[in-house]
Design a protein around this ligand. Structure first.
Ligand code: DQA
Length: 145
């Protein structure tokens, strides 16, 4: 089972960026934890990680997942609230996708309450910090196996 994990803009700044909201761990910490968790879950899970600040690159990566990946975990970061194009890409490839947010976007500013991407996803996990990525993987795994 091949899972693509996509992280959007500013998530490379985890560890430095607003630690009171996002915690003091890094994106690398999240990726390492997810690799260990995947191995615990099922040795047939393989993960690929991609991160970009650029909307078009994220869209290219989603398109390139067609016929290559069984599932996608995506934290689109700020593009969650703005990107019809990423939403369309998720719908276009038809790959089961789970949206993740470290913070609870519904308890934050009003502009973060809407996601263009979640309606095209299997589900959304928000507010559980880095554990949310593991929750997303478990949900995808159960849906795909
Ligand atoms: C985020 C929430 C977004 O609103 C924000 O723009 C981010 C991170 C999260 O993981 O909590 O960059 O996606």
């Amino acid at each position: 089972m091949k899972i693509l994990v996509i992280n959007g803009p500013n998530l490379n700044m985890l560890g430095i960026r607003e630690p009171e909201i996002y915690g003091s761990f890094t994106l690398e910490d999240i990726e390492k934890e997810l690799i260990s968790y995947a191995a615990e879950l099922d040795s047939n899970i393989s993960l690929e990680f991609f991160r970009s600040n650029f909307e078009g690159e994220i869209i290219d990566k989603i398109q390139s997942a067609l016929n290559c990946f069984d599932g996608i975990i995506i934290n689109p970061a700020a593009y969650t609230h703005t990107s019809v194009a990423i939403s369309d890409a998720v719908a276009a490839v038809g790959i089961k996708t789970v949206e993740v947010h470290l913070s609870n976007i519904y308890s934050r500013e009003e502009f973060r309450h809407n996601s263009y991407i979640a309606p095209k996803c299997l589900g959304q996990v928000a507010g559980f910090s880095k554990t949310g990525y593991k929750m997303a993987l478990l949900g995808l795994y159960e849906a795909l196996k």
